[in-house]
Design a protein around this ligand. Structure first.
Ligand code: FNR
Length: 374
């Protein structure tokens, strides 16, 4: 039977177990240059020591105006890739696959870090004009998610068609750099109300060019980005995509789980993505989420899993905190991968502790440097 400690095979690559460190922004580039620091290295490398099968970076911006805050990671130059290479080398040495989340924050970008209340930043305060599919569809302040009557015109701008086309290539260039830095997995971030999700949802996409309107038009950018990332990514390595399965805006026309299932099935059957990472929400301050407790997004992973069938794997995320819970998700075939976020902040050794709790120490051993403590 497949359990949390079964290998996960993806193309020519194998993860040692079904635990992934969820991407989590660290807001820790003090020089505002997007270059990884000692903090990023210790954060990711210690979770590789902790036994996770896959360790994923935070949302890494493909261009400077794609960051959430000026302190986010970026990958728009070779110097960025050089600073990430020690992480991929370390992960390889200690048995974890290294993964990178490629992202553009869209009109939710240009803010201070959460510990500074995510205050919106203008171009004068180390911020930038944030690109959007439709700036007029963003009538609330980015930072506090409260509606505002003040127009955002000064800090949000609608992208031209040629800028959208250029963005596809920015994702491809960043993927090439990630590949050359040694990452095993590339994930396209199309969730949480950031740029690619903003194109998917009719709530935020009111464009009249070929990237707006029908389902096919709104999903065009995500399909193009995933295809270009797939083009440059090694054939024996996996491409993931993260979706918000729903906008949680059931009272209006919005992005729904049926839309997610249809797009995921499309990308999977074309062989473009190997795993769909199923999250939800983040698009709009009016979202109404009934519960954010244990496994609250797992039913969406199941729904996407039914849609993609054997064409792709599925990852579940959200409220996974215990070994038994993560194991049950895999054993009961609700998802192929348990993606664990905040519990990994509390416990970098989550996977090692899970192996103990589930009596699977045969599958995952403590590093020899630490074994005398076990
Ligand atoms: C996140 N999350 C997140 N998601 C994402 O796709 N890219 C990112 O960079 C971030 N950044 C981030 C930072 C921090 C500090 C937290 C707590 C969360 C969301 C995260 O990956 C995950 O989906 C949620 O936290 C839900 O999973 P858990 O925490 O309940 O396991």
């Amino acid at each position: 039977m497949t359990d949390l400690f079964s290998d996960l095979e993806m193309r020519g690559t194998t993860a040692r177990n079904r635990v992934m460190v969820s991407p989590m922004c660290q807001y820790s580039c003090p020089d505002r240059d997007g270059v990884a620091t000692e903090w990023h290295r210790q954060h990711l490398e210690s979770r590789a020591v902790g036994g996770a099968g896959i360790v994923m970076t935070e949302a890494t911006a493909v261009r400077p105006d794609g960051r959430i805050s000026p302190q986010d990671l970026g990958l728009w130059s070779d110097a960025h890739a050089d600073a990430l290479r020690p992480i991929t080398e370390f992960c390889e040495e200690y048995g974890a696959l290294s993964a990178i989340q490629l992202a553009h924050a869209g009109h939710k970008g240009s803010k201070r870090p959460p510990w500074d209340d995510s205050e919106p930043l203008g171009p004068d305060g180390h911020g930038w004009i944030a690109p959007s599919p439709s700036a007029d569809a963003y009538p609330w302040r980015a930072g506090d998610d409260e509606r505002s009557d003040e127009p955002n015109a000064k800090r949000v701008e609608t992208m031209s068609t040629s800028d959208v086309e250029a963005l596809v290539e920015d994702f491809a260039r960043a993927a090439e750099r990630a590949r050359d830095a040694g990452f095993d997995v590339a994930e396209v971030h199309a969730a949480h109300g950031y740029l690619l999700h903003e194109f998917l949802s009719p709530v935020t996409n009111r464009r009249e060019d070929r990237y707006g309107g029908s389902f096919d038009a709104r999903t065009r950018l995500v399909r193009e980005v995933c295809e270009r990332v797939r083009d440059v990514w090694p054939d024996d390595q996996a491409v993931f995509v993260r979706f918000s399965a729903t906008d949680w805006l059931d009272d209006r026309e919005s992005w729904t789980v049926d839309d997610t299932a249809a797009l995921a099935a499309d990308l999977a059957s074309d062989g473009v993505v190997d795993l769909v990472d199923v999250s939800s929400g983040g698009l709009h301050p009016d979202q109404s989420i009934p519960s954010t407790g244990a496994n609250y997004q797992v039913p969406y992973a199941e729904r996407v899993g039914d849609a993609v069938g054997d064409d792709a794997l599925v990852g579940a995320v959200g409220g996974i905190t215990t070994p038994e819970q993560a194991d049950a998700i895999v054993r009961n075939d609700r998802a192929d991968l348990a993606i664990v976020g905040r519990q990994h902040l509390r416990d970098p050794y989550f996977a090692l502790h899970a192996a103990e709790a589930l009596d699977r120490e045969d599958a995952l051993e403590w590093p020899r440097q630490y074994r005398r403590a076990v």
